[in-house]
Design a protein around this ligand. Structure first.
Ligand code: SF4
Length: 371
């Protein structure tokens, strides 16, 4: 049984990026209330989970918090939960926030994995994405993180932006980022999320989506280039320099391992049960101040739902999923053989793995397998 992971959602950003569908607000007025509420939410779960082997502080922009605030948060969590000695401790960081002093302070606090929201090293792309940092600041942040001695530096990037000129320059960003030898890379294609500025622009026809053919070509070129540079493509959007550098925490989401999420909009999963907090800082804090668990929704997954999720999530990872007896009964053998013949999956003993071609259509594959 794999150990559980702990997630903390910091729902604050300096500005709202026009493409962003994550829950965060561009003001800090409720930060003190959120800081006070979070340990009290953690109190509800004392003793409910085994020792965590990962802590992921994400958002929003967690690096908006100072080292002292992160130290207080970390102390509050360690008082309530146990962590394994080798726990992976991750902080998502906006390049603009990372001074050399802050990088050293975060490392001294015990963070061993820093994920930098670089997105691009091209100022035109950063302006297009409405980011608050520029390429110079992103390069400086990469240097500060390395100088501070983080064992794992991860870089988040975006491509397939729907602009042919910018899309042609994607390779330059990738090559430039590799000069910093990041241990981990997440390369996301731009998704137009509902209720975002980008969605409104798309509706008005002033923003385009990258066509399917071009998006597939960019995906294949990205994988080919990164694999030739020594990276393992272990999930649709994720690459690691060594197998041991794969994101331990994120793999829990893809493998149905238990996790606890604290903070507004955070999700948790234990046994067959999933629950989630309100996407509202006010409602979240109000519930906790009233002594009530803030979860606003929950569900108990049926065996069929668990099977579908195992297949859907497994087909996003190179390792695929295990065809256990329950799944063998659900998935008709002729469907497996057809997808294998079409070059979308590979069958290795009791494992079903997507090929690169299969990962390209990872969203549709589960429906092809499960009747
Ligand atoms: S910084 Fe990140 S979380 Fe905040 S608005 Fe931009 S993309 Fe969203």
């Amino acid at each position: 049984m794999e150990r559980p992971g702990l997630y903390v959602h910091v729902p604050f950003c300096r500005e709202k990026c026009p493409y962003c569908g994550f829950f965060s607000v561009p003001r800090l007025s409720m930060l003190p209330q959120w800081m006070a509420a979070l340990p009290r939410e953690a109190d509800f779960y004392r003793g409910a989970f085994d020792a965590f082997d990962s802590l992921y502080i994400g958002g929003g922009t967690p690096s908006i918090l100072g080292v002292e605030e992160l130290a207080a948060l970390s102390t509050a969590l360690r008082r309530r939960f146990s962590f394994t000695r080798d726990a992976e401790i991750t902080l998502e960081t906006n390049p603009k926030d990372l001074t050399p002093e802050k990088a050293r302070g975060l490392r001294a606090l015990g963070f061993n994995r820093l994920i930098l929201g670089v997105q691009s090293l091209d100022d035109d792309v950063l302006r297009f994405l409405g980011r608050t940092h520029n390429a110079f600041e992103a390069r400086a942040a990469l240097d500060h993180a390395r100088d501070a001695g983080f064992p794992v530096i991860g870089v988040d990037l975006m491509y397939a932006l729907g602009d042919p000129v910018l899309d042609r320059r994607w390779g330059e960003t990738l090559r430039a980022v590799l000069e910093y030898e990041p241990e981990h890379l997440s390369c996301y294609t731009l998704t137009i999320e509902p209720h975002t500025v980008f969605e409104a622009r798309t509706r008005k026809g002033v923003l385009n989506r990258t066509g399917e053919t071009d998006a597939r070509r960019l995906f294949l070129e990205t994988t080919t280039f990164l694999e030739a540079s020594g990276y393992h493509h272990y999930e649709v959007s994720n690459f690691a320099r060594e197998h041991s550098l794969k994101a331990r925490h994120n793999q829990k989401y893809w493998r149905h391992t238990p996790y606890l999420g604290l903070g507004p909009a955070a999700h948790s999963f234990l046994g067959k049960r999933r629950w989630w907090n309100p996407s509202s800082i006010r409602r979240y804090c109000k519930a906790i101040e009233a002594g009530v668990q803030p979860a606003e929704g929950w569900e108990t997954l049926t065996d069929d739902q668990i099977a579908l999720e195992k297949v859907a999530l497994g087909l996003r990872m190179r390792e695929g999923f295990r065809l256990d007896p329950a799944l063998s009964r659900r998935i008709p053998a002729e469907r497996l053989l057809r997808l294998e013949e079409e070059g979308l999956i590979e069958l290795h003993g009791d494992r079903v793995r997507p090929t690169l071609k299969g990962m390209l259509v990872a969203d549709h594959l589960p429906l092809e397998l499960l009747p």
